[in-house]
Structure formats: structure tokens, C-alpha cells
Design a protein around this ligand. Structure first.
Ligand code: NAG
Length: 276
């Protein structure tokens, strides 16, 4: 769901955040260490300052920005997870990924919605070949998350794309399945995530990550904050209770989504109001 424009802007915005004085980071870190207990909840972001705001609640443990950024400016204690979005990002990958892993990232995320023509757009066998070439070589230094598939139930998309991919990538050393969900109710989210968890367990995968989720009405920004806050409250409580789901991130950590004018709005408060 993320445009190339927002992906490319992300790098620039991340750089500006480095201007924050060191002692401010220290102050926030102390605050966070006292409060943070959730290990699942993350931030999907383009602008790192929005993650800083979200992380002040002490309930955010990881973040990603659909790309691989060597100098993120994230508050310390929030793990940055690099993603290899798709073929257009291959050229810089090998020179950056080792630096990122040595900076404290424990995971690598695979391609973004390869089951969609408008996104990474790969057949399962193409994706398996690329995965083996670009991501599997790092299985000694990171845990490897699958390409993130959509919640489409059309044959050849979503979990059925993933199943085909896994027949070609059974020796890719993948340890987790990533999925995205867009739909109209929290019950639909639960049904889809339960399917994802059972699919993952068929391949012996330890983890399911829900790396984008939102109501269809909110894809271009939250349409009605009270409806969405209610959805997010129930979704987060349920996701926290699922042992098969090890990480999740709402779409997205940005103004007009979890924030309004740079501050948490009621949706952002709902997303960060509980910790497990
Ligand atoms: C997968 O992981 C195992 C165990 O760490 C390792 O021996 C093997 O070389 C890896 N496979 C590939 C294709 O890198």
C-alpha cells in the first residue's frame, strides 16, 4: 500500500532526526526502560519522528520503514528491521545489510506484497530464487521473515501465493511468515490471522508477523477516529493474546493515522494503551 514516493522520502526524513541532542535520547531511554513491556508491537513508518512520539508510550519495541536504512535515528531500544522491498532495491542491498545487522537488527523482512502487481510483483518461483540469492545468505546473522503477502483470498495471491513460494523456498531458512490485512471488521482480521498462523505451522515456522493491518476505510488516513480506535483496541488486545503472532504493526505510524499534527490521536492512544 506504500508508494515509491513515500519510501524514497523516508530516507531523507530519517536523516534529519539525527539532529536530536544526545541527552534527549538518554532521557527517553530511561523512561522507556521503566515502562516498556510489550515485545510484539511495532511501528511501520516513513518519518522517524512519528516513531519517537509513539515510542514515548513505552510500548513499541520495533520498527520498519519498508526499506533498509543504515542510520535510522530511531530511539534506542526500538529495534530497526530492514526490508528488501523488491527488485528495484537489489543494487544497494549487499553493501548495506551487514552494517544494519551489526547495528542491532535481529531480523530481515522479505519482499513487500509480491502477490500484487502494483507492489513487489513476483511469481512464487521468482521470489524464491531472489530470496535464496539476497536474503538466505544472512541466515547465520539474522532470523529471516518471509515476503509479506496480502490477505487476498484469490487463488495465487495471499496465503496461497505463500504456500507455492514455500515449495520453492523450503531450504531458504525462513523462520517466520509475514502477512498484511485490510478488511472491514475485527472478526475478519481474526479469521485471517488464524489462517496465517495455521499455515505457518504447516511449514514449521515459529512466528507470524502482521506487518500491516487496518480497516479498508483507513488506507489513505483514518476516516473516523472513534470507529478506528474501537477497532484498534480490540485488534491489539486479541493480537497480544495470540501466541502464534510474535510481531504486529498497524498501517501506519504517521500523521492522519496514529498521529494528528505530530501528536498521538485517539487511535494512537488505543494502539499504545496496553502492554503485555
Ligand atoms: C540454513 O541454516 C543452516 C543452519 O544454520 C545452515 O547450516 C545452512 O547452511 C543454511 N542454508 C543456507 C542455504 O544458507
Amino acid at each position: 500500500m506504500v508508494s515509491f514516493t513515500s519510501i524514497l522520502t523516508a530516507g531523507l526524513l530519517a536523516t534529519t532526526a539525527l539532529a536530536v541532542p544526545h541527552n534527549m535520547h538518554m532521557h527517553r531511554d530511561l523512561h522507556k526502560m521503566q515502562k516498556r513491556t510489550s515485545t510484539k508491537r511495532g511501528a511501520a513508518y516513513n518519518d522517524v519522528s512519528t516513531v519517537t512520539t509513539l515510542a514515548e508510550t513505552g510500548t513499541i519495541s520495533w520498527a520498519y520503514n519498508w526499506v533498509f536504512t543504515t542510520d535510522t535515528g530511531l530511539p534506542s531500544g526500538v529495534e530497526y528491521v530492514p526490508m528488501l522491498w523488491g527488485t528495484s532495491f537489489f543494487s544497494g542491498w549487499l553493501s548495506a545489510i551487514e552494517t544494519i545487522l551489526s547495528s542491532g537488527s535481529d531480523y530481515i523482512m522479505g519482499f513487500n506484497e509480491p502477490d500484487m502487481a502494483s507492489q513487489a510483483d513476483m511469481t512464487p518461483s521468482e521470489a524464491a530464487g531472489y530470496y535464496m540469492q539476497y536474503i538466505t545468505p544472512f541466515s547465520g546473522s539474522a532470523k529471516l521473515i518471509s515476503p509479506a503477502v496480502t490477505s487476498s483470498s484469490t487463488d495465487g495471491q495471499g496465503l496461497s501465493w505463500f504456500e507455492e513460494f514455500m515449495t520453492d523456498c523450503s531450504s531458504c531458512n525462513i523462520t517466520g511468515l509475514a502477512v498484511h490485512w485490510y478488511g472491514d471488521s475485527v472478526d475478519d482480521l481474526k479469521t485471517f490471522v488464524e489462517d496465517a498462523v495455521s499455515t505457518a505451522s504447516n511449514y514449521g515456522l515459529e512466528e507470524v508477523w502482521v506487518t500491516e493491518f487496518a480497516l479498508n476505510a483507513d488506507i489513505s488516513g483514518v476516516a473516523d477516529q472513534s470507529t478506528t480506535a474501537e477497532f484498534v483496541t480490540e485488534a491489539v488486545a486479541w493480537l497480544d493474546a495470540q501466541s502464534g503472532v510474535t510481531r504486529y504493526s498497524y498501517f501506519m505510524c504517521a500523521d492522519n493515522y496514529l498521529l494528528t499534527d505530530g501528536a498521538l490521536n485517539s487511535v494512537g492512544s488505543a494502539y499504545t494503551s496496553t502492554s503485555i
